[in-house]
Design a protein. Sequence first.
Length: 204
Amino acid sequence: MQTVEAVDWLYKKGLQDLDEHKLDQARQRFGKILAMTRKSEYVERANYGLARVYLGEGNYFWAMDHIRRALKRNPNSAEYRYLKGRIHQFRKEYQKAAAEALKAVEDDLENGRYYHLLGVAVYHCEGYQAARRFLRWAIECDPGRVEPRLDLARIEISESHYQRALQLLKGALQETTEPEKIREAIRAIQENWKLCGTTAGNSG
């Protein structure tokens, strides 16, 4: 197998490992890429993969280190900006998270994940109205995705809009791909008037 083919295979398998939350395997594959080649394109991808691995482990220092390396090679990547924003979000650096999410949105106006991150981050900076607007856009871009609806419901509850949160989730039952998560959230609100979890770490 030629080096380029091997590196491509390692990268694809590493992404698959990430999707399956096999972080150790993913780290090994991305590390092998760095050991095999100094070609900029592949080093950039390996750094992106390692940033995702470390974020999954909660190691924000090394996650930030690797995503900065990837961005140095490709500063125009919306996905890299999004990932950097997520790291800021987990570190509770909400203004920085919002700034990176905004850059990602400007590059891709139809990506619901980017609006989702922007809405969650903005809630801590600009407040309810701006966050609600961005989270609604996230839902419009990707109606089947559960997480933006849950985060919007959490924000509604934090603002004491309990009935609004309930109506939002009840209306989502037919649209989302994970209705059981919505039902669990509805039960939680009806029983406790709160929704477990926080808006700090739910952007996917």
